[in-house]
Design a protein around this ligand. Sequence first.
Ligand SMILES: Nc1ncnc2c1ncn2[C@@H]1O[C@H](COP(=O)(O)OP(=O)(O)OP(=O)(O)O)[C@@H](O)[C@H]1O
Ligand SMILES: [Mg+2]
Length: 353
Amino acid sequence: MITTSGLTKVYRSGGREVTALDGVDLHVREGEVYGVLGQSGAGKSTLIRCVNLLERPTAGTVTVAGQDLTALAGRGRRASGALRQARSRIGMVFQHFNLLSSRTVQANVELPLEILGLDRRERGRKALELLDLVGLADKAKSYPAQLSGGQKQRVGIARALAGDPKVLLSDESTSALDPETTRSILGLLRDLNRQLGLTVLLITHEMDVVKTICDSAALMKGGRITESGTVAELLATPGSELARELFPVGGEPSGPDRTVVDVTFHGEAATQPVISQLSRTYNIDISILGAAMDTVAGKQVGRMRIELPGRFEENVVPIGFLREQGLQVDVAGAAAGTDVADAAEALIQEGAK
Ligand SMILES: Nc1ncnc2c1ncn2[C@@H]1O[C@H](COP(=O)(O)OP(=O)(O)OP(=O)(O)O)[C@@H](O)[C@H]1O
Ligand SMILES: [Mg+2]
């Protein structure tokens, strides 16, 4: 539904160049909620502003619903008719709501409809329908100053839906809200995603947001996407930074010459018997350093950090046993990509045969 390829944005100001996006390939499937995470300055807002061509990328392409937006002329307020038209089908929700204080709630929602050229009656009908959809039918005649933060954001969402978009972009739309209001707004986004088949691309720095509503996620660093995939894929990726943050398990090794292993299991799979089998089969003492269960992307996931006596090389066979049981096994400390980790991985694969 949304595809960017080689998306690059270089800002030039006062003789200085800032590469905000450095070749971003993003792929958001139709009907999914996709979260982009990353630290401040990573390029998240730039990415979302390039997706609807509020910013014109320096290089690369953006395709939304099969249409190459980068091929359309204009930018920002000087967008061509074709670009405006395409953009009206991409809703955008902002962190600070961006409502006009002099207009009623209804008139705020009507604004994009005015731009689209709908007549007064049609605008009114549509605006009330949208306000009903976001649970604010009774606030049509209120002014933004009379609303709570959560209500303002509902107005922002109603306004974003005015052009019957297929895609909704959201830049930190809940970060100005308290946790409970955040939950209700996320619930609304999820409902809209399901009811209207809306594809949602959202930016957040809150892992909870990803856990609650995202199907897929990407991590941005320094203008690049360093990890991406469905939440389930990420959780199943050894060494994934997003998975670790989505689902942290703590626990320090009790001493040197120990092997710390993170075991992830999905759904009903119980680790407990596997751990005791492991202990019996190989006659080793296993300590559980930490464990947690959580619901991620609507599915139960468990994580357990265990400690085996001896160094990694001595534990290749027991670790292979865990993998054979269908558990996802991540050896802590063996940073992916290093020679040691690669060698260890090869040994484990070998051991599992
Ligand atoms: N209009 C601009 N002119 C010059 N540099 C810019 C401009 N907009 C963004 N940048 C720079 O581009 C980089 C990425 O900024 P961006 O706003 O996309 O980050 P972000 O990930 O959204 O951060 P935050 O989490 O703080 O919102 C930063 O280094 C920023 O200073
Ligand atoms: Mg930002």
